[in-house]
Design a protein. Structure first.
Length: 317
C-alpha cells in the first residue's frame, strides 16, 4: 500500500490546512481501493495519518462518532474546518494576518507564503489576499504593483518580483539621524530642540535645589520644635502639683450660682429653692452650706411631699 502513494500526516495545528488534508486523504483512499461503504477501514486509515493534537482528539472521541465515515467526517469538519471567529486561536491568526509586512531582507515569495497560510486558516478570499499583499509592500514597490491593475494575488506576486528586479524595492530610511554629523551641519530645528532640552534640564535642576533647601529648613525647624516640646513637658511635670493645689483652692472658694454659698457649684446644689438661704446655713442632711435641712431636696417634707412641716425633724429652725 505504501508503494502506491503516501498521504502526509495531519497534526491539527493552526498553520495546517485541514480541508486540504481531507481532500488528499480522499484521493489516498480511492488510490488504495478503500470503498465508500468500508467505513471501518477508511476511518482506520485516517487514524494512521493523524499525529499530535489531532491524534489526541481522535482518541478521545466517543465510539459512536467513529463507526460511520459520514458521521466522523462531520465531526472532523466541525472541529478543524468550520471556523469559529470567537476562538482565541482564530483571533490571534487574524491579528497576525493584519500586521504582516515585507521585512527588510525577506524574500517576496516567503512573505507571500506567510500571507497565504494565514489567509487559508481564516478562509480569506483571493481579493482580500491581493489587497493585504499590496499593503504589506514598501511604498514604491506597492505603487508599481498597484499600477498594473492585476486581478488576482498570483499576478501581484509576479509583478512584485518584477518591480524588485527594476529597483522599486527600497527599504524605509531610518528615523534617527546618524550621530557622526558635525555640529555645523546640524539643522536649526535640531539646535533649537537641544537648547530647549538644556533650558528644561537647568530649570528642573534649580527646582530640585530649591526643594532640597526647603526640606533641610523644615527638618531644622522640626528638630527645634521637638526640643522645645521636650522642655515644656519637663516643666509641666514639675508644675502639676502646684497647679493641682491651685485648682483645689479655686474650687473651695467657688460660689454656687444657685444659692450663693461657697463649697459647691450649682449643678451639685441640693437647695429646693424654698425658704431663706444664707452662706452661714449648714444642712444637716447633705452637709452643704447655704440652706437648712427643710430646704434640702433630700428632706422628705418638701413641696413634692404634702408632709412638709417647715421644721427640721432634728429640732432645727
Amino acid at each position: 500500500m505504501e508503494k502506491l502513494a503516501n498521504c502526509r500526516k495531519f497534526g491539527g495545528y493552526p498553520h495546517e490546512n485541514a480541508f486540504q488534508f481531507l481532500s488528499e486523504f480522499e484521493s489516498y483512499a480511492v488510490l488504495h481501493h478503500i470503498l465508500p461503504e468500508e467505513d471501518a477501514r477508511k476511518i482506520a486509515a485516517f487514524h494512521l495519518h493523524l499525529c499530535g493534537p489531532a491524534l489526541t482528539w481522535f482518541n478521545t472521541l466517543p465510539a459512536d462518532n467513529k463507526q460511520l465515515w459520514q458521521t466522523f467526517e462531520q465531526v472532523y469538519k466541525k472541529q478543524y474546518i468550520d471556523i469559529d471567529f470567537r476562538s482565541p486561536t482564530i483571533l490571534l491568526e487574524g491579528e497576525i494576518f493584519e500586521t504582516l509586512k515585507l521585512s527588510k531582507g525577506q524574500s517576496i515569495d516567503d512573505f507571500y507564503a506567510q500571507l497565504l497560510e494565514k489567509a487559508t486558516i481564516l478562509h480569506k478570499s483571493d481579493h482580500e489576499i491581493l489587497i493585504k499583499f499590496i499593503k504589506g509592500l514598501p511604498d514604491q514597490l506597492a505603487f508599481f504593483v498597484r499600477a498594473g491593475h492585476h486581478s488576482d494575488s498570483a499576478n501581484c506576486l509576479a509583478a512584485a518580483k518584477m518591480g524588485e528586479a527594476y529597483g522599486y524595492r527600497k527599504d524605509e530610511a531610518p528615523l534617527v539621524a546618524a550621530v557622526t554629523k558635525s555640529a555645523n551641519n546640524t539643522p536649526a530645528a535640531v539646535k533649537d530642540l537641544n537648547n530647549f532640552k538644556t533650558d528644561v534640564v537647568s530649570e528642573l535642576q534649580g527646582q530640585i535645589n530649591s526643594l532640597t533647601q526647603a526640606v533641610s529648613k523644615l527638618a531644622t525647624n522640626f528638630s527645634q520644635q521637638l526640643d522645645n516640646s521636650r522642655d515644656v513637658k519637663e516643666n509641666d511635670r514639675f508644675s502639676r502639683p502646684r497647679n493641682r493645689d491651685r485648682q483645689v483652692y479655686q474650687y473651695d472658694r467657688g460660689l454656687c450660682r444657685k444659692c450663693q454659698a461657697p463649697g459647691h457649684f450649682a449643678r451639685a446644689c441640693n437647695w429646693n429653692e424654698q425658704g431663706n438661704i444664707d452662706s452661714s446655713f449648714i444642712c444637716h442632711i447633705c452637709g452643704q452650706t447655704g440652706h437648712k435641712s427643710p430646704q434640702c431636696v433630700n428632706y422628705s417634707g418638701n413641696r413634692r411631699n404634702p408632709g412638709f412641716t417647715g421644721q427640721d425633724p432634728r429640732g432645727g429652725d
